[in-house]
Design a protein around this ligand. Structure first.
Ligand code: GLC
Length: 528
């Protein structure tokens, strides 16, 4: 039985995503329902009431499709089924139905750029000769140099090492990520048609939209020419002009096709992972017939520094200004250091993260939270022997990768696994000392990060003050101040000293403003 996506608990608003707060669930690390130490769909389902109470509008669940887990699910062997470690299709349908009853929309990851090397297409490609139709779904090429022993071009993989791997008959195939993630050839109509089939498969089940992985990938330049070598070509680099692996004009053909499908499903949407920093280039992905949203990675990348933050906001608003899209703010995700740690860690990082939450949630547009943001989780210092991210091995153990921000979420109790699982031995170890960070402890503490998020989300949802455009206000050196047309004013203090509170009724503050001043590394919301 498939839930009706128009169930009465969900608003009928076609553009629900414009101001939505979406909670990213990194499935391996959110909640383990079956006690194997890995998060799963049953775990998510059991925690949906928590998310509804927290006050988010939707969730984004990272890939839960059959996968050999070379990149923890971003290597998809079958995009239209569920990985047994995570559950099954019936379990997904049940989760979806429950979420909708609670008024939560469910969006899922779409990974178009590549498949797993275990995908039946890739197995068929390996079993077929060069020049075959089976190989033409991927990017197989002959090598260069004597005997074709050198890769077809000089592209590096985002995870380190060359972007090409040679197969026994001498040809090479392209993989912008791990060798276990061969890139598809989007000039092949069969590839695009299959993406459409995948979208319909999930939309027909009732999902509300997609997060599109590597949405600036997919299209490759004609002839696959060499690119100008640059010093940083990794996951977090700016894939700007000159990086021929990404942001090719033909990618927009794919996005228009994706949008055509979405337009057949009222209230569905897509948000793109578009690592393109040029405002005008980014704006192209947000044209009326392309993506509804694109993550704003400028805020995610900005230091805790007033000019950097103001610049991030200004650029992100400028990028969307000429498009139908709102901005889309994100502070942390499963690929980046958690912002508590990025901002300095410890009590300082936590204070700044509280302020950043009020900054993020006051900005016009959609906001994405990463699981654990609401608990103020920091990165975890993991020992070498437990690291799992392919980046670690592929970089010759020079880059630790992304495991530090992927440690499971602590729910309750005073020691690992803190209610995440019934099994102590979780897929990434959970640290000692997190008893004070659990969701359960924080729920009972009005001064906790979770309580701050609950209050902020409730206000944002219920108050008209959070509507309209942003106007910067004059502010003391080291401070950011802006107002929304609806009446909300937000002041963030990074000046190093307390500043007087502006006029207005205090709605919420990230620190004590009792004395009429806003402390350093704090933010306040006021109704002007
Ligand atoms: C995206 C994902 C990342 C993954 C990569 C390859 O950047 O966010 O986690 O490793 O794509 O699919």
């Amino acid at each position: 039985m498939h839930p009706d996506p128009s169930t009465p608990t969900l608003s009928a608003d076609a553009d629900w995503w414009r101001e939505a707060v979406v909670y990213q669930i990194y499935i391996r690390s959110f909640a383990d329902g079956n006690g194997d130490g890995v998060g799963d769909l049953a775990g998510i389902r059991s925690r949906l009431p928590y998310l509804a109470e927290l006050g988010v509008d939707a969730v984004w669940i990272t890939p839960f499709y059959p996968s050999p887990m070379a990149d923890h699910g971003y290597d998809v062997a079958d995009p239209r089924d569920v990985e047994p470690v995570f559950g099954d299709l019936a379990g997904f349908d049940a989760l979806l139905a429950d979420a909708h009853l609670l008024g939560l929309r469910v969006t899922i990851d779409l990974v178009p750029n590549h498949t797993s090397d275990h995908h039946e297409w890739f197995r068929a490609a390996l079993a077929s000769p060069p020049g075959s139709a089976e190989r033409a779904r991927y990017l197989f090429r002959d090598g260069r140099g004597p005997d074709g022993a050198e890769p077809p071009n000089n592209w590096p993989s985002v995870f380190g090492g060359p972007a090409w791997t040679r197969v026994p008959d001498g040809q090479w195939y392209l993989h912008l990520f791990a060798p276990e993630q061969p890139d598809l050839d989007f000039t092949n109509p069969e590839v695009l048609a299959d993406l459409e089939t995948t979208m319909r498969f999930w939309l027909d089940r009732g999902v509300d939209g997609f997060r599109i992985d590597v949405a600036h990938g997919m299209a490759k330049p004609e002839g696959l020419p060499d690119m100008v070598p640059t010093s940083d070509t990794g996951l977090l680099a700016d894939h700007g002009p000159g990086d021929l692996r990404f942001d090719q004009d033909a990618v927009h053909v794919v996005h228009r096709r994706i949008r055509t499908v979405l337009d057949e499903y009222p209230r569905s949407m897509a948000v793109g992972e578009v690592w393109v920093s040029d405002d005008a280039r980014l704006a192209q992905y947000l044209r009326a017939d392309e993506l509804q949203l694109a993550f704003n990675f400028k805020l995610l990348s900005a230091e805790w520094e007033p000019d950097a933050l103001r610049d991030a906001v200004t650029h992100s608003l400028a990028a969307v200004a000429e498009t139908p899209a709102p901005a889309c703010w994100v502070l942390s995700n499963h690929d980046r250091s958690r912002h508590v740690s990025r901002y300095g860690g410890g009590p300082v990082g936590l204070r700044r993260a509280r302020a950043a939450a009020l900054l993020q949630l006051a900005l016009p547009g959609a906001a994405y939270l990463y699981n654990g943001d609401e608990l103020g989780l920091p990165d975890v210092d993991l020992p070498d022997e437990v690291l799992q991210d392919p980046v670690w091995e592929r970089s010759g153990r020079t880059q630790r990768g992304r495991d530090a921000c992927r440690v499971p979420v602590p729910w309750s109790g005073s020691e690992p696994p803190y209610g995440f699982s019934s099994r102590r031995d979780t897929w990434l170890p959970m640290p000692e000392g997190w008893a004070g960070l659990t969701a359960e402890v924080q729920a009972g503490n009005p001064a906790s990060m979770q309580s701050l998020y609950r209050s902020a989300l409730a206000l944002r949802r219920s108050s008209q003050a959070f509507t309209g455009d942003l106007e910067w206000l004059p502010a003391a050196e080291g401070c950011l101040a802006f107002r929304r047309t609806g009446g909300l004013a937000c002041l963030v203090n990074l000046s190093g000293a307390p500043v007087p509170l502006p006029e207005g009724r205090v709605l919420l503050a990230s620190a004590d403003v009792g004395g009429g001043t806003l402390p350093d590394d704090a933010a306040v919301w006021l109704h002007a």
